[in-house]
Write a protein that binds this ligand. Sequence first.
Ligand code: F6R
Ligand code: MG
Ligand code: MG
Length: 371
Amino acid sequence: MITLSIIKADTGGYVGHSAVHPAMMAEARREIERAKGSSLIIDGRVASCGDDVSLIMTHVYGPDAGLIHSFAWDTFQATTRIARELGLYGAGQDLLSDAFSGNLRGMGPGYAELEFEERPSEPVICFLADKTEPGAWNLPLYKIFADPFNTAGLVIDEKMHAGFAFEVYDLFEDKRIVFDCPADLYDMLMYIGAPARYVVHGVHSKTLGHPAAATSTQRLSLIAGKYVGKDDPVMIVRCQSGLPAVGEVLEPFAFPHTVAGAMRGSHHMPLLPVAVADAHTTRFDGPPRVVALGFQVHEGRLVGPRDLFDDPAFDRARAQANEMADYFRRHGPFEPHRLPLEDLEYTTMSELTRRLGHRWTPITTEVATPA
Ligand code: F6R
Ligand code: MG
Ligand code: MG
């Protein structure tokens, strides 16, 4: 068995919250080379989307392994030191604790991990997104693993007829449920259509018994109790041979669906699929972006990446996303561009309520007209 882990953190932005400084990327690459040299990991890559650094690693220690998580933690401390030296923005932003203890759960960095028996040929896609939240994967995962209008294999490939099991987390109450699809499809959609709270954590093939996909499901705001940035999620999807084909996994991103997370973590915007060269944010601290890195995993080695959205086939999605961004922006501070109050993560509303509380009176009382 091998484990593919993506562990990511925002440890400082260049400029503002828009990208990662090359010196931080170089430092993370040095650490990855060291970890390969000492045989802690089999292989590793460093990638970024927006202001988040992702460590993509293969190893034999399984998910939630202390050794791997502490290595990632130390690497993020090292990139934070560089961010501090250069005065980069929000240095160490996602490192919520002073000391590492056991694994990264609840400590700030996000991670998606998948443990599997490597097949003779093992195509995987690592998705990295910025300025959005883990629930942003709900709609694409539904389409990839449950919608025959997206995934022809659900109809054509016998190995997919039995369907897929979706493990869904309730992030507010720390609970989980497994939906058996297609039987539970309509029940599941009732939940995962609310992606701020219900998030697909993983998907399993019922026929093969294999894990097929994993997402990062941390919510920094819930961990920290106050706004500390969006969770800028990552996802791993295995492809082909009884799992969705590479093209079926990419297909949902041809529709730039609306996600929460742009500007101040407080706005809906379309999710823009981009090439690695465009994986930084600009307009209105967005639009939220996603990159897709394709690998063949062979004997634990990461053969790749291929930059899968670096392709004219996604130009129409990008054009549509930009039109949608114009449309949303013209709403200014109004919903549905701005998130509904219950999803707003800044503390402004509670402060307003405290300051204006005495001026709100029952509608039945006489109103004193301001002089
Ligand atoms: C969104 C995000 C940015 C910041 C915004 C304000 O996820 O990270 O939009 O919220 O740039 O940042 P501060 O409050 O650091 O000035
Ligand atoms: Mg940031
Ligand atoms: Mg970010």
